[in-house]
Design a protein around this ligand. Structure first.
Ligand code: ADP
Length: 491
């Protein structure tokens, strides 16, 4: 896929601070790579903490300026609606940019953009419903109210696997609440972020309300620390690895800062013998192979009841044979490359570890160098045991790890035997079992006879070490507001 810069192009090679397109102070840049062919498709500023200080100052001043504070909810809503309209009108170009830097198939890029845009639409609507409360007072001479107020500047740090939606899910809520934002997209996928920002620029948000700063991996840690520790930043929202999430959580402790974390999962995908196996296979395909398995809610451990294990695997193999692998820019591609060398090494290492410890590959298993350096074949591995990395860790790749089980109790014990608790899936036609297992699964989100669960209207988030807070839905705004209790006395 060749990115062509035209006059009205959304391809930007500058960051965006205080309403202006800008380079890094030292004019440093880093390359953006197409993972399908390792070609350089662009370069963007490699900003450092000094550059980011400017962005924080701009966001802080914009928050405190009369212009933004005094906007009505309806005015903010209207700006968000305009942004949504522009995002919708420019889907095709955003999809090309996204596919070229993330490797995801074009159809999936369109899917993500529809999903990502819907957060801007949703929060444009929610902006007007940030209600307070009048609370009955125990004393006749007093009146009690609760009103909701924006927390201030929000630092948003996002990952590469959803280069658009992870930004809009955070920024939509923050802007609707009346916050200003400093967005740091992942170093692998800054071009999608800048394309969204180009359209926000056209909308005419006041300068400083939206800032996008780009940096290479080596500057990410000091920038993250600055965002967490700056007294001008009121809250952080992060989607990414558990390791970095924990670090940010610690860094936010000193300033007792608001933090929302969407971290890694280890989703169980349980197929009970009562399940409709065709539905389970369709759910497995949808949950496992979206974005080549690189989503935090991807099914990670397939727990299949003994009685139906053979049937499930047979039917899944038949479907997997139809998954065409290649450059996401080709319309027939269903499986693109992994995002980068580190991710490929991790997936290969986990498969190798399982093989050495006695697991059996029943489908796939190849590093497909003939297609490109970062392609790995969709794979099914059976005989997965607790001492294998595929059993304990999040794979983030197109690997189906099969763990057979005998009883519901045993399945739940395995499913819950992890410190992660993001998503879980199970398939059953037994109504009582559906309720029982739903109640006992230790996750923040559960798909029952369903493999695709993300939706703007629903609360996204995890328990245990998978995160803090919820995004999307009517709850998403709560991350960006605080409640002010007012006591009116001597009435
Ligand atoms: P992944 O391993 O999937 O790349 P990360 O958690 O490393 O996930 O990255 C998610 C986001 O966090 C990216 O924007 C990345 O640049 C950023 N990041 C990485 N390390 C740090 C850090 N130490 N502090 C703040 N942000 C970081």
């Amino acid at each position: 896929l060749q990115l062509v810069r035209t006059m009205h192009s959304l391809i930007k090679n500058q960051a965006y601070v205080d309403g202006k397109w800008t380079d890094s102070r030292e004019k440093k840049t880093f390359d953006v790579i197409n993972p399908a062919n390792l070609k350089i498709i662009g370069n963007v500023p490699d900003m450092d903490v000094k550059d980011v200080e400017k962005a924080i100052d701009a966001a802080y001043d914009a928050f405190h300026s009369q212009e933004w504070q005094n906007k009505t909810a309806k005015d903010r809503s209207n700006l968000l609606k305009k942004w949504f309209t522009l995002l919708e009108a420019n889907k095709a170009e955003i999809a090309e940019i996204m596919t070229s830097e993330s490797g995801k198939p074009l159809a999936e890029s369109f899917g993500e953009i529809t999903y990502g845009n819907s957060f801007i639409e949703w929060f444009a609507e929610e902006a007007r419903r940030i209600y307070g409360e009048v609370v009955p007072s125990p004393v006749a001479s007093k009146s009690i109210t609760h009103t909701k107020h924006p927390i201030g500047v929000a630092g948003l740090i996002t990952p590469w696997n959803f280069p658009h939606a992870m930004i809009t899910r955070k920024a939509g809520a923050a802007l609707a609440a009346g916050c200003t934002v400093v967005i740091k997209p992942a170093e692998d996928t800054p071009l999608t972020a800048l394309a969204l920002c180009k359209l926000a620029d056209e909308v005419g948000f006041p300068p400083g309300v939206i800032n996008v700063i780009t940096s290479s991996r080596s500057n990410a840690a000091p920038i993250g620390e600055l965002l967490c520790k700056s007294p001008k930043v009121a809250g952080i929202s992060f989607t990414g690895s558990t390791e970095v999430g924990k670090l940010l959580y610690r860094q936010c402790a000193d300033g007792v800062k608001r933090i929302g974390l969407e971290l890694g999962g280890n989703a169980p995908f349980i197929v009970f013998k009562s399940a409709n196996i065709d539905h389970a296979v369709a759910g497995a395909l949808a949950s496992k192979f979206r974005n080549c398995g690189q989503t935090c809610i991807s099914a990670n451990r397939f727990l299949i009841q003994d009685d139906v294990c053979e049937e499930f695997i047979g039917k899944l193999i038949n479907q997997m044979k139809c998954l065409s692998i290649g450059d996401g820019a080709c319309s027939c591609t269903k499986i693109g490359p992994l995002i980068n060398e580190a991710q490929l090494k991790k997936v290969k290492g986990m498969v190798e570890d399982a093989k050495q410890k006695g697991a059996k590959i029943v489908h796939g298993g190849r590093h497909m160098k003939d297609i490109g350096e970062l392609f790995f074949e969709p794979t099914i591995i059976t005989d997965i045991k607790p001492d294998m990395k595929l059993y304990t860790d999040e794979v983030f790749g197109p690997i189906v790890s099969i763990i057979p089980f005998k009883s519901e109790e045993q399945a739940l014990k395995i499913a819950n035997g992890t410190q992660r608790g993001l998503a879980g899936y199970f398939f059953t036609q037994d109504l009582n079992q559906a309720f029982r297992v739903r109640n006992k699964l230790e996750v923040g989100m559960v798909g029952i006879n369903e493999g695709l669960i993300s939706s703007t209207e629903a609360a996204f988030g995890g328990i245990k070490e998978s995160g803090v807070g919820r995004e999307g839905s009517s709850h998403g705004i709560e991350e960006y507001v605080y409640i002010k209790y007012s006591c009116f006395g001597n009435l």
